[in-house]
Design a protein around this ligand. Structure first.
Ligand code: DGT
Ligand code: CA
Ligand code: CA
Length: 570
């Protein structure tokens, strides 16, 4: 556990205690502890087994040291968990609004029964806050302004939503008379997991018509600013969009500039300077002469580089690879031939085996594995040995009826909190494909998480580890995985690692997937479909793979079935 994580739990504890009206000295003690942990050069998590060592940290007495121990060993502070039960999350969120400290948040919670930011907005709009003791009209107005900021800032939107909006609007603006071309740039074009805002570029001689059309678009809820060539609008859910209208001869330069990332652009500008050139959103210039700008390709070429795919533009290894003309030929959606993770009505899916198989065929898949949940996931109607065997018999019957696709008898087997697998070896031995996953106890200490993952990897029956960290983007941090150890073990035992294509998972992430590829570990990109339409999520897994620099050859389920079969351990 990182110091920052430990510190933030104590900070939250202090906030909640203060909202609760606890003794100010106690509150201060937790705040001081949080600061001391954050400032410590040593890993407090590593010190945690030694109570005396912990007590040497400034401001940490025995009581606090014991709490740190509990947190590191169990992943939680019981007192904090309890407070979280008592005080709604929205009350903590209120404190991010400038001018709203714990005291005011507490008053709003206790006196007006405000539990969420939505409640807060309603109360402010209904003029209920101004009358509250210690508040007044001015505070109420500050709250309303702050709410708007708090809601739009810091809220990032999943790529699936951002891209859908960008594509929809781009397609519409493209219809404007006089508009030649519209394209999304920014993080959306780089296929980042989430987008802070959208950046659209249009080629047009006259910006009036296209800006009017944007303002009138059904997804646009308001115009925030409008200038000669720039317009910023608000979409639903607080997502904002920048439109820039550029002339044709600058389009490549603008596209390059606004695609970013900032880090990539800094390096590209440095390379321009090195050659006595100047790069900006209008073009690449030698003195006043524009030497490139119409297309991205000509800009990169003028800087002695091949065109670099947007997914790689993070200033990681793309420049080194581009210089050697060794950029990978990135995987495409069309390369995928199989999907090895999906659910049916036997557990928590919405479609039958046959319906999933027929749907998979329409998405172009040649083989699938049906991987319903194992018994531990009772919430999702997970299967015990008996039900699983009956389910597999049903799969065999469906195989007789459905042609043109290979259907594997699989299972998504939980790796239990105590590091046993949820199904016995003799059952797993009968499967064609086993994807092992962590679902419960994600906040266990690193050692236990690794014990669990290693047990699964060493099992002769496990083919792949699914969504290896279990994170949910923007919602839940994943397990504290030691990736060095995981990758080494996966490589040693020939176990595949999954990029789960679900837009909220995308787990492995881009950096982890690149590291797995570097070790020669076969990667599978799976949709984890729970319905017939779930297969459409594959594109997001592919984007993550592209950001990792993966080629089709790096991804096992791009292979034709006979070759994929050879990679199986059984
Ligand atoms: P986001 O919106 O947070 O998901 O991420 P981006 O990458 O879309 O960032 P955004 O919308 O602030 O800006 C779009 C691109 O424009 C960014 O990737 C690089 C470029 N850009 C924006 N501001 C600056 C800047 O101050 N300096 C440089 N070098 N580039 C910038
Ligand atoms: Ca952006
Ligand atoms: Ca922007």
């Amino acid at each position: 556990m990182q110091n920052a994580e430990i510190a933030s739990q104590f900070e939250e504890l202090a906030d909640l205690l203060e909202i609760q009206g606890a003794n100010p000295f106690r509150v201060r003690a937790y705040r001081n502890a949080a600061r001391a942990i954050l400032d410590s050069a040593e890993s407090v998590g590593a010190l945690a087994s030694d109570l005396a060592k912990l007590c040497e940290l400034p401001g940490i007495g025995e009581d606090l040291a014991k709490k740190i121990q509990t947190l590191v060993q169990t992943g939680a502070i019981p007192q904090l968990e309890e407070l979280r039960q008592q005080i709604p999350k929205g009350v903590l969120e209120m404190m991010r609004i400038p001018g709203l400290g714990p005291k005011k948040a507490a008053a709003l919670f206790h006196d007006l029964k405000i539990h969420t930011l939505e409640d807060l907005r309603k109360a402010a709009e209904a003029n209920q806050i101004a009358g509250l003791k210690g508040f007044g009209k001015k505070t109420q107005d500050t709250i309303l302004k702050g709410l708007e900021l708090a809601e739009s800032a810091g809220r990032r939107v999943y790529l699936i939503e951002a891209k859908a909006a960008a594509d929809d609007i781009a397609l519409d603006l493209q219809q404007t008379p006089g508009v030649q071309r519209v394209m999304a740039a920014g993080s959306c074009r780089r296929r980042l997991e989430t987008c802070g805002d959208l950046d659209l570029l249009a080629i047009a001689d006259d910006s009036t018509a296209v800006m009017d059309r944007l303002a009138a678009h059904r997804l646009v809820t308001g115009v925030l600013a409008r200038g000669e060539t720039k317009q910023r609008v608000r979409l639903a859910k607080g997502l904002e969009l920048d439109l820039r209208v550029v002339p044709e001869e600058s389009f490549g330069a603008a596209l390059q500039y606004f695609t970013g990332s900032k880090e990539h652009n800094v390096e590209l500008r440095r390379r321009a300077q090195e050659r006595g050139l100047k790069l900006n959103e209008y073009g690449l210039f030698r003195g006043d002469e524009r030497v490139a700008g119409r297309t991205e390709e000509e800009i990169y070429a003028a800087l002695d580089l091949p065109w670099i795919p947007p997914e790689l533009r993070e200033n990681r290894r793309e420049f080194a690879l581009a210089e050697r003309h060794a950029l990978p030929e990135l995987i495409d959606l069309a390369d995928l031939r199989g999907d090895l993770h999906m659910h049916t009505t036997a557990s928590d899916g919405a479609a039958s085996i046959e319906e999933m198989a027929e749907s998979a065929k329409t998405y172009g898949f040649e083989y699938i594995a049906i991987t319903d949940h194992s018994q531990r996931v009772s919430m999702a109607n997970g299967l015990d040995a008996h039900r699983l065997r009956t389910h597999w018999q049903e799969i065999e019957r469906v195989r007789q009826r459905v042609s043109g696709i290979e259907i594997l008898k699989g299972v998504e087997c939980d790796i239990l909190e105590d590091a046993r697998l949820d199904l016995a070896d003799d059952v797993l031995a009968e499967a064609d494909w086993v994807v092992a996953v962590l679902h419960y106890g994600l906040s266990q200490p690193r050692d236990q998480i690794m014990k669990r993952l290693l047990t699964a990897i060493r099992s002769p029956h496990v083919d792949a580890i699914g969504h290896p960290t279990g994170r949910l983007i923007g919602r839940r941090k994943g397990a504290d995985v030691d990736f060095e150890l995981l990758l080494q073990a996966a490589a040693d035992y020939g176990v595949m690692l999954e990029i789960n294509a679900h837009p909220k998972r995308l787990d492995l992430d881009d950096i982890q997937a690149a590291a797995a590829r570097d070790r020669g570990i076969p990667i599978v990109i799976n949709t984890d479909s729970h319905s017939r339409d779930g297969f459409s999520m594959m594109e997001f897994g592919v984007y993550q793979a592209r950001r990792a620099g993966l080629t089709a050859a790096d991804v096992a389920n791009t292979r034709p079935w006979p070759e994929f079969q050879k990679l199986l351990r059984r």
